[in-house]
Design a protein around this ligand. Sequence first.
Ligand SMILES: Cc1cc2nc3c(=O)[nH]c(=O)nc-3n(C[C@H](O)[C@H](O)[C@H](O)COP(=O)(O)OP(=O)(O)OC[C@H]3O[C@@H](n4cnc5c(N)ncnc54)[C@H](O)[C@@H]3O)c2cc1C
Length: 374
Amino acid sequence: MLVEIDVAIIGAGVIGLATAREIAQEKKGVFVFEKNRTFGLETSSRNSEVIHAGIYYPEDSLKAKLCVEGRSLLYKLCDKHNIAYKKTGKIIVAAAENEISWLEELYEQGRKNSVDDLVLLSRTELKKLEPNIEARAGLLSPSSGILDSYTLLKVLYSQAKEKGAEFAFDTEVVGIERMGEKYRIEIRDREGISAIISRIVINTAGLNSDRIARLAGLDIAKAGYRLHYCKGEYFSLSSRYRNVVNRLIYPIPEQAGHGIHWKRGLDGRVLLGPSAYYVEAIDYAVDETHKQYFYGSAKRFLPFVELEDLDPESAGIRPKLQGPGEGFRDFVITHEEKAGFPGLINLIGIESPGLTAAPAIARYVGRMVAELFY
Ligand SMILES: Cc1cc2nc3c(=O)[nH]c(=O)nc-3n(C[C@H](O)[C@H](O)[C@H](O)COP(=O)(O)OP(=O)(O)OC[C@H]3O[C@@H](n4cnc5c(N)ncnc54)[C@H](O)[C@@H]3O)c2cc1C
């Protein structure tokens, strides 16, 4: 006889962990399956660790709403559980005169998204806040910050466990089959292939989430769920520039990312990144030949930086729904009942601001699960 559970969560990144924490209760059997040896080894530990304010996204999008809600939940969570963070604030800077209108647009967009503490800065005001930055103007977001994402993941994991969620690591989901009102989930672990039955399946498989949807039987091309991988690399700046910036410094956003920004981490080190370019496969190596590009980008705002001040650091990969040159795509967070898969909840394309939005995404999914149970 196959073991039966109530909820199977596929993937223990920040989204799977936050969701498990949200919905775990003693009366529900919640299991999290993770193909790696532990939680958070993929995108959730390969990002900028920035708590975003919610400026960039179209109003009424899930990205805007869940980022704004998630930011406030995340700061509270950090306070409550001693997760290190710093509300550093962030400044988006215009390098040239013709970029200033972009700042004004972002200011308006932010206000539409209920980010109501934004301040447009003249060159002189910017210089007072960031004496080392050379730019024409800026947009200050006081509520942006940085956090220790590893401790966040650890707290979410321990709380989910305390509430009764069970975790199976080194366990890859390799098949999903609908059986009436339930799903048969095939898993591969060290002992081989086995199966369990679950009433609800929550797909939080990050870079693999489109494949998981396909495994379940969805036509992902028709649904618009096919993911494109967009790599982002980071370079670190020599330790002699530890305090060169006081806040997060961002350029005007690029099409595929927020642009190469400057981040002074909680440890004082300054990182530059992430870049944004589409790749076919998951490979986290940093290509040293990209140093020149980072150097050019750094030089625009900090003219005194030299090429040898930069060192390759790390990389992450964005699970993007939009391919090269395509327009905005929102997070997919959908109960697939209409597609003929009641009980299957897909989370696809959870790129930035997914870390910030995680607690709000978990609440959103929690409401879907509650509806399915009652
Ligand atoms: C370069 C970069 C910078 C970013 N910066 C920020 C930022 O500053 N602020 C912010 O808010 N957001 C940022 N993000 C976005 C944020 O990191 C992601 O939205 C978030 O981490 C996504 O979490 P996840 O749980 O969906 O995915 P993941 O962390 O990738 O977790 C998915 C998990 O599913 C597991 N899995 C996959 N397939 C299977 C399977 N078949 N069986 C079992 N397990 C499986 C994987 O092993 C993985 O552990 C950034 C992203 C990138 C790439």
